[in-house]
Design a binder for this molecule. Sequence first.
Ligand code: NAD
Length: 496
Amino acid sequence: MDILDHWLNGAPFAGESTRTAPVYNPARGVVQREVRLATTGDVDSAVQAAKAAFPEWAGASWNKRQGVLFTFRELLNARKEEVAAILTNEHGKVTSDALGEVARGLEVVEFATGIPHLAKGEYSENVSTGVDVYSINQPLGVVGIISPFNFPAMVPLWFFPIAIAAGNTVVLKPSEKDPSAAIWMAKLLKEAGLPDGVFNVVHGDKESVDALLEHPDVASISFVGSTPIAKYIYETASKNGKRVQALGGAKNHMLVLPDADLDLVADSAVNAGFGSAGERCMAISVIVAVEPVADELIAKIKSRIEGLTVGDGTRGCDMGPLITKEHRDKVAGFIDVALADGADVVVDGRGIEVDGESDGFWLGPTLIDKVATTSDVYQHEIFGPVLSVVRVETYDDGLELINSSQYGNGTAIFTNDGGAARRFQREVQVGMVGINVPIPVPVGYYSFGGWKDSLFGDTKAYGPDAIRFFTRQKAITSRWLDPSHGGINLGFPQNG
Ligand code: NAD
């Protein structure tokens, strides 16, 4: 069987490991290739390659780095169907959704091409007589990126274009469940003229992650994944003296006020709940319906679900399979929990008819009403096509529910009342807020990140925060001496 190698110094690298993991086609339920799982030594080889490439890349002009990114942007845009096909093949998401993922990643590449402007320092003339102060932004060195399975192209693209543009060199550890997109992008970067060693990929599991977290030559870690691992990454990388941003899981609520347009709400709930089979950190997983709208809204959502097609992502279906059989079974298990906890399963996605092979990891869209907030269905991030409804009596009840969540990634309010929406944007304890927008992923020139257990660290992904994260600021105080500057004075320097 085909084994996917790491990528080091601009070429495939087998490394020393004998361990591999299976990479499935989730729509067919078959293993289509194996991926190597790096040892600590393999990770060290990648870090050494990145370290060796750093001085020259950090010393390259802004114009040179910007030029590589412009070319990469053109290549990625021209060949997006190629990488989208890889995403569908290994992740399962349908072709249109895979293309959407690439488009959102492209936004960050476009943002990064502005690096000469974005990374400019500041200058103050004459802070004291004849003394000037200015700041410069310098790259960190070797930066580590660890990404999840659900956006195999977009999440790496949140980080590496800006890291590279700022003069850093990169070691990416993508998800071992769908690792091929990372290698495809590495080849594209080489084609775009990126010098060898600036961008490296190691595949692996905990061993490779720990090797990155503990490596003395890795300056920073950018992580996206589930909350328990994000917390572990934040604590371990910080303990090892690294700059770290660790984005975690989510449970995103959609608050529906009685004055909302319920057809628009139902469309949005279905799109945001079941797109990518609910395997999005910005998926809507809980509808908080302010009564009396619940019955009418549920009927509208149910009728839309009945029109959805589930199947192989290459066949024009609305929704594809889940990533693995284990994950599919875990998500389906929440439907049993809902029944045991007395909720009302309005649509049960088990046993759905699919346009695909029977061994695929299928679960149809599922709608559960009257979910108790004490139930595991409400308490846990399910990360699948399961939409819960919680009924509340007032806006305040809904707000309190959202603000009590351990997560604070995304949320949305649906209303035609501008005053209520404005109040919500001020009062809600969540990092990304949609007003009549169900998946409020900020555009590339704003930063992406949640609050509470959805983000550990103080800088978000891409946008202005990424410029700060991937550079170190240096402040320089300078004067050009003339005889008037002489004399002895042991006091603390003061301006004058
Ligand atoms: P995950 O936490 O299982 O894995 C993420 C990465 O960590 C992978 O590269 C994996 O190999 C590695 N990893 C897994 N277990 C590890 C361990 N014990 N020690 C060290 N490294 C480990 O997440 P996933 O299942 O790949 O992705 C889904 C999760 O990611 C969901 O919780 C989702 O909400 C979250 N997510 C969050 C965002 C965000 O922006 N906040 C975006 C996308 C996904």
